[in-house]
Design a binder for this molecule. Structure first.
Ligand code: HEC
Length: 194
């Protein structure tokens, strides 16, 4: 029952409640994987080398590189989420069809929330320091992958873009993928509370 309540919370948080709780990898995400993925993704013979039982190895599959199956802040671009969301009769689905039970909707929601919060493997690390809700918007510095920066207010997230407003009042939208890691995190953190 306890974990069910937690799932319910995760679902509420996903729908934008400001009372979002940080999802903890070891106590919340890993138990799901233990049940549904460890059979093939643990130990030295793990499929594709992806080990959900070992944070250090798993860390190699988290990031923006080609082998990454988890892209922090981007559940919908993460291969893991993609495969685990496939219909149960799709041959690419994870776990493979007929080889195990798929993730339930609340389990998937919890994993997506964990990824959205940055897919931290650290124990008890708080998710983003929640910016004080409903305060005056602050002029923030944004840096892109080329190292150029500008000052703008955060307005909202819009799909893969962040909508910003310059001091002169003009709004523009910028692809998250072209932001520096810090700015991307800043945008997804702000997107969560707004
Ligand atoms: C019955 C065995 C089995 C189970 C259970 C299983 N997997 Fe897999 N997984 C595989 C195999 C086999 C591959 C390699 C598939 C391939 O080479 O295309 C794989 C590959 C993957 C990949 C990488 C795909 C790629 O192309 O790089 C991901 C991500 C993945 N699994 C996630 C999961 C998740 C998440 C779970 C649990 C929800 C899970 N798997 C459960 C057998 C399994």
């Amino acid at each position: 029952m306890k974990s069910l309540a937690r799932y319910a919370l995760a679902t509420i948080a996903l729908s934008g409640s400001p009372a979002a709780l940080a999802v903890d990898f070891e106590s919340e995400v890993q138990p799901i994987m233990r049940e549904k993925c460890f059979k093939c993704h643990s130990g030295p013979r793990a499929k594709k080398g992806i080990r959900y039982d070992d944070a250090e190895t798993l860390a190699e599959f988290i990031g923006e590189h080609e082998d990454a199956v988890i892209k922090p802040g981007k559940p919908d671009e993460s291969l893991l989420v993609e495969l685990a969301s496939l219909p149960r009769d799709d041959s690419h689905a994870m776990p493979p069809p007929q080889r195990g039970e798929g993730l339930s909707i609340p389990e998937l929601a919890l994993i997506k929330k964990w990824i959205e919060e940055g897919a931290s493997l650290e124990k008890g690390e708080p998710s983003a320091p929640a910016p004080a809700a409903m305060e005056e918007p602050k002029l923030l510095t944004w840096t892109n992958t080329d190292g150029n920066s500008l000052q703008a207010f955060f307005i909202r997230l819009d799909g893969g873009n962040v909508v910003l407003k310059k001091e002169d009042g003009s709004e523009f939208s910028y692809p998250m993928s072209k932001l520096s890691i810090d700015s991307r995190k800043q945008a997804s953190d702000l997107g969560k509370v707004n």
